[in-house]
Design a protein around this ligand. Structure first.
Ligand SMILES: [Mg+2]
Length: 328
């Protein structure tokens, strides 16, 4: 049996000693993740002296590596091993039930089935108001974000947008609009969230502000392509974000400019009057103003449901994947 370890995975290591016979000891190290019986690895050793020479690693010998030093030692070790394996499984099983769905941060197994269901629930907006990624889904979200599936899912959404755009022809009045969100829509915060364990750690406003000030957010390539497709098709593109205008306006504009997000109609950020307001009412207000100005919102793209709900959301909304954080 094996267990999967990663940068944040810390299996419990249990060391169990066995009888001291004729100057030798048999002992077991068990590497276990108690929340999952499938994550168990046992290593058996014997050493010539339990108190003085156990821990220098070169003295630790796998049970099967050499002959046993004393008559009866092998059968004794094997019998004890069977007994202790049974006891250990019982212990792990009990502990697993105790911690249930809230495993300690010490133990982070890869729970693909649960985490896939959790991510689907998040994307379908069945799971709401969650604060952090479940710790047991750290490796799952990491694999999703870095392993290619996230990029593929974004490309799929953008493909759907292109399909929709084929049926939409901008009029000559210059009032056909699209709205794009910024964070994890135009600009990627993936590098930042890698340092926050892909959302397992709680949101850190100061650290995120520093990240924005660095102007280092990369573009999301598929959305960058969409941006230019919209501009070149004659749509007015409005970039609408809950980023604070006073403290992040300049860095956001610089970041966008440096990445070639040029020619958009307006960058709308959260002015001081809207501080503390939820994203839904803030963005609803902003869109209502655009509609009042005569714009028709054909499409609205964001990674959060709060980008897409509320008033004047647009004729079509497109949700990009984001399993790392939730913005109310
Ligand atoms: Mg966003």
């Amino acid at each position: 049996m094996t267990f999967d370890t990663g940068p944040s995975v810390r299996p419990l290591v249990i060391v169990i000693f066995f009888p001291y016979i004729n100057g030798h000891v048999c002992y077991l190290t068990a590497h276990v993740i108690p929340s999952s019986l499938s994550h168990l690895r046992l290593q058996w050793y014997h050493a010539p002296n339990p108190f003085t020479s156990l821990f220098p690693l070169e003295k630790r010998l796998p049970l099967s590596a050499q002959g046993f030093p004393a008559k009866g030692f092998e059968s004794m070790c094997l019998a004890m091993r069977t007994l202790w394996e049974l006891l250990l499984l019982v212990f792990i099983s009990m502990f697993s039930k105790t911690i249930g769905g809230k495993p300690s941060s010490w133990f982070v197994p890869v729970e693909t089935g649960y985490c896939t269901s959790w991510r689907v629930a998040v994307e379908a907006y069945n799971e709401r108001a969650w604060r952090t990624v479940p710790v047991q889904c750290l490796r799952y979200v990491e694999n999703y974000m870095l392993g290619g599936q996230y990029d593929q899912d974004i490309n799929m959404v953008v493909e759907q947008i292109y399909n929709y755009m084929r049926d939409v022809a901008p009029a000559a009045d210059g009032k056909d609009a699209w709205i794009l969100d910024i964070d994890d829509t135009c600009l990627s915060n993936l590098l930042y969230y890698q340092g926050k364990r892909f959302g397992v750690d709680p949101f850190d406003p100061a650290a995120f502000s520093n990240w924005v000030q660095s102007r280092c957010c990369p573009a999301i390539p598929a959305v960058h392509g969409l941006f230019w497709k919209l501009i070149n098709s004659g749509f007015k593109v409005f970039l609408l974000s809950g980023r604070d205008e006073e403290t992040m306006g300049e860095s956001t504009a610089d970041n966008l400019h440096n990445l070639g997000f040029l020619g958009y109609e307006r960058l709308i950020l959260r002015s001081p009057a809207y501080r503390g307001l939820g994203a839904v009412p803030f963005k609803s207000e902003a869109r209502k103003k655009l509609v009042a100005e005569g714009y028709k919102i054909w499409g609205n793209v964001g990674d959060q449901w709060s980008d897409l709900l509320g008033d004047c959301a647009g004729d079509r909304t497109f949700k990009l994947p984001n399993p790392m954080y939730y913005v109310p």
